[in-house]
Design a protein around this ligand. Structure first.
Ligand SMILES: Nc1ncnc2c1ncn2[C@@H]1O[C@H](COP(=O)(O)OP(=O)(O)OP(=O)(O)O)[C@@H](O)[C@H]1O
Ligand SMILES: [Mg+2]
Length: 291
């Protein structure tokens, strides 16, 4: 069992990288599910699907199949409670009345914990309904919200010390700390602020889970010596400015790559895939990702 969390600042390419990682693992022969968190599906529009929901559906990219689902806190909690109480009407009596709904909404940590409970419900915890996967790739929340997710078990462990619920909370926290089970990917763009925030996020993940993240510097433009020579050869004023801009961009990309290397994190750069076809972007990105 392998759980991969993909996070980073908003808009840096978390979803694209998560999908590429899922495709890569599926191509290697692992039963894989790509899970997006939250209430709205991004992949529905991205892959032009009729809908994406709690029940997994199969997605196929260049002949390779993997599952796709979107999990909300409410649905994860419902599935877990149903697994315990078994009877749907009993579930409704307790959990679909206004009071409990309000309670779940004011206790965001409970919602986060339910999601983590579902993600980590396979081996070695083996709780709830069986999940037929070797690999889970979580297209997770952006930075701040992701840390709230990671902090949920610790926060609740002090509130719920005893009983089976306390046991659950501690076992979920343990899985997050287990380097054999959970891997963390922080995506960033080759710009000052996204890199600073990405490294800060990786630092926070380390603080909370004890785990190192792999930092993925995404959307690098492919510069070459030939391209640079061509650009500097242009003397027309309009193109001169553009060429200067591209050279600045290249210098910035290089310095961001160095910044990440010097930070001591495991790192990889990913190219900007010049295509407007979603499946092609994911397919090509998946070939770029190193093991
Ligand atoms: N390496 C890449 N090459 C080309 N296009 C990319 C690359 N990475 C991401 N994209 C594109 O950039 C856009 C933003 O990426 P994506 O939606 O994955 O970001 P995100 O971090 O998930 O955003 P959000 O914070 O809104 O969830 C998408 O259209 C995606 O296809
Ligand atoms: Mg996204």
């Amino acid at each position: 069992m392998e759980i991969n969390f993909v996070t980073g600042k908003g808009g840096v390419g978390k979803s694209a990288v998560a999908a590429a990682l899922a495709l890569k693992r599926a191509r290697a022969g692992f039963r894989t599910i790509l899970v997006e968190l939250g209430d709205q599906s991004y992949f529905r529009d991205y892959f032009s699907l009729p809908s994406v929901g709690y029940q997994a559906q199969t997605l196929e990219i260049s002949g390779v199949k993997f599952d796709l689902a979107q999990w909300s806190g409410q649905e994860c909690l419902k599935e877990y409670i149903l697994h315990i109480v078994k009877v749907e009407s009993l579930y409704r009596l307790f959990f679909e009345n206004a009071v409990t709904k309000a309670l779940v909404n004011v206790a965001p940590a409970l919602s986060e914990l339910s999601i983590l409970g579902k993600i980590t419900s396979g081996p070695p915890r083996n709780v709830g309904p069986k999940m037929p996967y070797d690999v889970i790739v979580v297209d997770a929340y952006a930075s701040g919200h992701f840390m709230a997710l990671m902090n949920a078990p610790t926060g609740l462990a002090t509130a719920i010390r005893f009983g089976s619920m306390g046991e659950q909370v501690r076992s979920i926290g343990k899985v997050l700390h287990d380097a054999n089970l959970c891997k963390f990917f922080v995506v960033a763009l080759p710009e000052e602020l996204p890199v600073v925030e990405g490294l800060e996020l990786a630092g926070n993940i380390k603080k909370v889970t004890g785990q190192s993240s792999k930092v993925l510097l995404n959307r690098l433009l492919p510069f070459s010596q030939e391209l640079n020579a061509d650009l500097t050869a242009h003397a027309e004023p309009a193109l001169k400015n553009f060429s200067n801009y591209l050279q600045e961009l290249e210098a910035r990309q290089k310095s961001m790559q160095e910044r990440i290397l010097n930070s001591g994190h495991e790192a990889q750069s990913l190219p900007w895939i010049l295509s407007s076809d979603a499946k092609e972007i994911i397919e090509r990105l998946s070939r770029e990702l190193q093991a």
